[in-house]
Design a protein around this ligand. Structure first.
Ligand SMILES: C[S@@+](CC[C@H](N)C(=O)[O-])C[C@H]1O[C@@H](n2cnc3c(N)ncnc32)[C@H](O)[C@@H]1O
Length: 225
C-alpha cells in the first residue's frame, strides 16, 4: 500500500477518533501551541500555507487568530474534505480558508498563490516524507520575500524514546512503519541548502527525563536577497 493510500484509509478514522477534539475546536478552543504563537508572532493580515495539514484544524486556528488567508495542502483526499467541512462549519469562505489535495512535493503547482507570508509545517509531517531536501526546496520556493518558513515537530530524541517504550508490546501502531527518523541535522541542513537563513532552532522542554519533546525552527530570506 502506498503512503498516500494508507493515509486516505486512515483519515476518516482519524476524523472520527478526534471528533471530540474538533468539537472543542469548533466551539472555540484555541489549539495553537503557546510556543508557536510566541515564535510566529502576530499572523493578523498574513497569508499562511500549511503543508500536510490533515484535518485542517491547525491551519484554521491561524485563520481564527487573524490570518487573512490560509491554504492547507494534504495528500489525503478524505482529510482535505474533512478540512473543507470544518472551514465551512466555522463560517470561513474559500477566499479565507481553502484546502487542496496534492503531494507536498507538487505544492508549488497545486496551491492557489505563488507565495505566502508564512509557510507552516506542523508536528508529525516530516516523518512521512522520504526526501527532506525536496520538501525544503518546495516549502522555501513558496515563502514570500518578507515571509518565513516555520516548522514545529516532535523532537527526534522524544520520538526514539516513544518508539523504544512501545516497540514490540503491540500498544503502539507499527511505529517503524509510520515514520522516518530524520535527525535535526538533516532538517536544518535541508533548510539551509535552500538559501533561506535560519532565524532560530529551539528545543522545547518536556517532562520525559528532561528530553526535549518538540523543536521548532524559523527560516527567512536574508535581507536584500
Ligand atoms: C500526522 S499528520 C500531521 C498533520 C498535522 N500536524 C496534524 O497534527 O493534524 C501527517 C499528514 O501528512 C500527510 N502526508 C503524508 N505524506 C504526504 C505527502 N507526500 N504529501 C502531502 N501530504 C502528505 C498525511 O496525509 C497526513 O495528513
Amino acid at each position: 500500500m502506498t503512503q498516500r493510500a494508507r493515509w486516505d484509509e486512515s483519515a476518516p478514522f482519524g476524523a472520527a477518533s478526534e471528533h471530540d477534539d474538533l468539537e472543542d475546536f469548533r466551539a472555540g478552543e484555541d489549539m495553537v501551541r503557546p510556543f508557536e504563537a510566541a515564535e510566529m508572532g502576530s499572523v493578523t493580515g498574513k497569508s499562511l500555507l500549511h503543508l500536510q495539514c490533515r484535518l485542517g484544524h491547525e491551519a484554521l486556528a491561524w485563520a481564527r487568530r487573524g490570518a487573512s488567508r490560509v491554504v492547507g495542502l494534504d495528500s489525503s483526499e478524505s482529510a482535505v474534505e474533512a478540512a473543507r467541512d470544518l472551514a465551512a462549519d466555522l463560517g470561513l469562505p474559500p477566499d479565507r480558508a481553502s484546502f487542496v489535495a496534492a503531494d507536498v512535493y507538487d505544492a508549488a503547482g497545486a496551491v492557489p498563490d505563488s507565495a505566502y507570508d508564512i509557510v507552516y509545517t506542523g508536528p508529525g509531517a516530516l516523518c512521512r516524507l522520504p526526501d527532506l531536501v525536496r520538501w525544503a526546496e518546495t516549502a522555501a520556493s513558496l515563502v514570500a520575500p518578507s515571509g518565513f518558513l516555520y516548522l514545529a515537530d516532535f523532537h527526534p530524541l522524544a520520538s526514539s524514546l516513544i518508539a523504544d517504550d512501545f516497540s514490540g508490546d503491540g500498544s503502539y501502531p507499527d511505529f517503524e512503519g509510520w515514520g522516518r527518523q530524520h535527525t535535526l541535522g538533516d532538517v536544518v541542513t535541508a533548510v539551509a541548502a535552500t538559501g533561506l537563513r535560519l532565524d532560530f532552532l529551539h528545543e522545547h522542554d518536556g517532562t520525559h527525563a528532561s528530553v526535549p519533546l518538540m523543536y521548532s525552527l524559523r527560516a527567512s530570506h536574508a535581507a536584500g536577497s
